[in-house]
Design a protein around this ligand. Sequence first.
Ligand code: ADP
Length: 292
Amino acid sequence: MSDAKPEFLQRHRVPFDGQFSVRDFSCDPPAGTPSKKDLEGELDDLVNRLDKLQQRLFADERYAVLTVFQAMDAAGKDSTIRKVFSGVNPAGFRVHAFGRPSELELQHDFLQRVVTRLPERGKIGIFNRSHYEEVLVVRVHPEFLAAQHLPDVDLKRIWDERFESIRNFEQHLARSRTVVVKFWLNVSRKEQKQRFMSRIEDADKNWKFRLGDLDDRERWDDFQAAYESMLRATSRQWAPWYAIPADDKGYMRTAVARILVETLEGVNPEFPTLDDDRRRELQEGLKRLEQE
Ligand code: ADP
């Protein structure tokens, strides 16, 4: 295990006391952030460390890791996932992107579709959007709720009830040794505009732009309020949220990688220790190979 202090866990963790303020949160990297080039070097090192930690996780067979990414459009979820996991054995992780639920999924409770995609022990599961959409986009657009076949919805209570269900669900996961790590990538409204403009102006990025993206942009304040409620209600010791400034992609990716590395170093998965039988087996293997 590394001697380094889990500095980024402390720096970015959303406190568990329900006091977090989205308004007070800066989308820029903190003062003293290294240069772009230094951040790139740091990220390369973290990517390698993450690969080694995943190997230990797999060999250890006791823990699974679930990482959740939530953000406004164009905050950089996809590119962060691509970059941070670029060095990890592809057999060791799986990404699931959650879009609008299908009619079949809507026949179930809102957690069902994420339950079927949870990582098994030894693996890292990555949710690009997640069950949290149910207290974000669905909260901002109640018409989605209307499609959920729920009788007698009490709009005053439903969000608190969902928070409670989510807290209980994630606590159950943690007790079952799934390590839950959640990232809120916070892009500013100004930076989102720049990124949307470049999606329109740069032919290679045109495919990423949908006019509908601007509808959610117009509801910016409602989304921020929904994020704040979510972060306050569901950042807990067993499943912390990390609030990451997203206007500088280099800093964002390095911070995400560092938090994952620090988390896994805290879990400290171990290669299985050799008992006498295994030691004898290895010796036997060596002898036979030498005799070939
Ligand atoms: P992304 O924007 O992440 O690249 P898409 O363009 O496929 O991916 O968008 C997915 C859309 O699905 C988003 O607008 C998201 O808000 C929506 N979505 C995800 N989960 C739900 C849900 N439970 N109910 C309604 N809409 C959802």
